[in-house]
Design a protein around this ligand. Structure first.
Ligand code: BG6
Length: 496
């Protein structure tokens, strides 16, 4: 590529910041962990980027009896902890502090609600972020209406866990639906806000190259890996009731699978996209017990194992899961999707690898080695794409083939600005203000995902299966290898 071409390409690719409309965003649970780690620092970064217009306000609401000054100090601390030093601009920070308000509020009582109602303004977008336990969704929704705080244009944002099975998800949907219409409800799956996840759709539907090959005739199998190095320390009591299946597969991995497997939507429009994802979830086949491997990380070198972190010596909850999944439709018949995710693994890496079939006939006699093409979409770290292609090994030694990567790191391709990819939460909150639901889960999608997940979990509970143990720092339990070996395939290395 010539220098001029490279520049044009880069200019076209770096997103421009388009300010959203003036808004009032009320964050319930403003002193909680998610608000401190993600929501408030993310909003600051959007402010710094110029996306939050003058006149907008962020109103913290929580049970703690805090003064506005104390709330601002808390936000300043979270910025100091979760925003990189070069972005801590004193002027922008002071301006950002000025758009903050705080109301001490009792979600289950009446305290604070009249004060919040008095703060509301006409003529601006109103959004309410429920960064609280799902048990409080109904109480908050009810009071927002009773006090005339929410109107027909207001939006609410809810977080996972959205239920722990189909019955609880239905009940939550019903609770929200009694106060808000579906078009007002933004169910966050933060994986959908990741830059590369959206890129999946761009790669598939903005290029002619891949789509003709995107089916079981040409794709041998798909691997989706979300590996983490952290354990469950500190959140064991939540996690032990959840496990990797509920915590990661039912939502994040399922969303990735949908974006890979779905048919092209007729338009990049919230319902068109979500209709297609829903069809994929409904086409998922039940998973046989032999297609599931669950694991728990063991104690090692004095570091506690899963059961110690979970403070439950008898726990049968999985910190790792691998599954072989089939999508029962024309496009994917006989192309398995292998999913795996786990804690305390060798590296923090998330990727989707699409392995194409070998060419039907080789014209090269003496060409040992891999012949298949692999398209790898790296979600994190170092977001980008890599396409493995076969070429001739350089040199005079005859026609020897070698597989080489066509590698594109988005950060490198986009220069320094590209490296500054917004966090998933930043993008998603701005989408709420814009009123764009494309990257949020619809109620029927969440229910369909649980309808697939429930029998799998009930199956291992009824059988009394115990997860296998695996050593921290490895790729997970040994038996997960078998899941692929017996199909004549192998997992990709978990490596950064
Ligand atoms: C959360 C899970 O939804 O996603 C966590 O509850 C997990 O257990 C996290 O660690 C992973 O997110 P990310 O963005 O760090 O890959």
């Amino acid at each position: 590529m010539t220098g001029a071409d490279g520049l044009k390409w880069r200019e076209a690719m770096v997103s421009r910041v388009i300010p959203v409309e003036v808004f009032d965003l009320v964050v319930f649970g403003a002193s909680g962990d998610l608000a401190r780690r993600k929501i408030l620092p993310g909003l600051y970064r959007r402010y710094l980027a110029g996306q939050i217009p003058q006149g907008s306000r962020i109103i913290g609401a929580a049970r703690s009896a805090m003064t506005l000054e104390e709330f601002r100090a808390m936000v300043a601390e979270s910025i100091a902890e979760f925003v990189t030093p070069e972005k801590r601009d004193p002027k922008a920070m002071a301006e950002f502090m000025a758009i903050l308000s705080y109301v001490g509020i009792d979600a289950k009582g009446e305290a604070g609600w009249p004060e919040l109602a008095a703060l509301m303004r006409e003529g601006v977008v109103r959004a309410f972020y429920f960064s609280v336990a799902p048990t409080l969704f109904g109480d908050i929704a009810e009071r927002l209406h009773a006090h005339g705080i929410a109107d027909a244009q207001s939006r609410i944002v809810v977080e996972k866990p959205f239920g722990r099975d189909l019955a609880t998800a239905r009940a939550l949907n019903a609770t929200l639906a009694s106060h808000f219409e579906e078009r007002q409800i933004y169910r966050i799956d933060h994986y959908l806000g990741k830059e590369t996840v959206q890129n999946l759709m761009a790669v598939r539907f903005a290029n002619i190259l891949f789509e003709p090959l995107w089916n079981s005739q040409f794709i041998d199998h798909v691997q989706i890996t979300v590996a983490e190095t952290v354990g469950v320390e500190g959140r064991g009591s939540y996690y032990d009731k959840s496990g990797a299946m509920r915590d990661m597969v039912q939502n994040h991995l399922m969303q990735l699978l949908c974006l890979i497997a779905m048919e092209p939507p007729y338009h990049f429009d919230p319902d068109a996209v979500r209709d297609e994802k829903l069809k994929v979830i409904r086409a998922l086949q039940p998973v046989a017990p032999t297609d599931i491997v669950r694991g728990q990380y063991a104690a090692m070198h004095g570091a506690p194992g899963y059961v110690e972190d979970a403070e439950n010596p008898d726990s049968r909850t999985e910190s790792y899961i691998a599954l072989r999944v089939q999508v029962a439709n024309w496009r994917w018949k006989n192309t398995p999707f292998y999913l795996r995710t786990g804690k305390k693994l060798r590296a923090r890496t998330s990727e989707i690898a699409i392995t194409f079939k070998e060419p039907p006939h080789s014209i090269f006699d003496d060409a040992p080695g891999w012949r298949e093409n692999v398209l790898v979409i790296r979600l994190q770290p170092n977001e980008g794409m890599n396409l493995k292609v076969m070429i001739k090994e350089p040199g005079p030694g005859g026609m020897r083939l070698v597989q080489v990567p066509l590698d594109m790191s988005f950060a490198e391709a986009l220069g320094t600005e590209g490296a500054d990819i917004p966090d998933a939460y930043e993008r998603l909150i701005m989408d709420v203000i814009r009123g764009n639901q494309t990257l949020f889960m619809r109620g029927d999608e969440v229910e369909a995902a649980w309808a697939w997940t429930d029998p799998i979990i009930q199956g291992w509970e009824a059988r009394g299966d115990r997860p296998s143990r695996y050593d921290p720092g490895t790729s997970g339990p040994e038996d997960a290898l078998m899941l692929m070996h017996r199909d004549g395939r192998r997992w990709r290395e978990i490596a950064e």
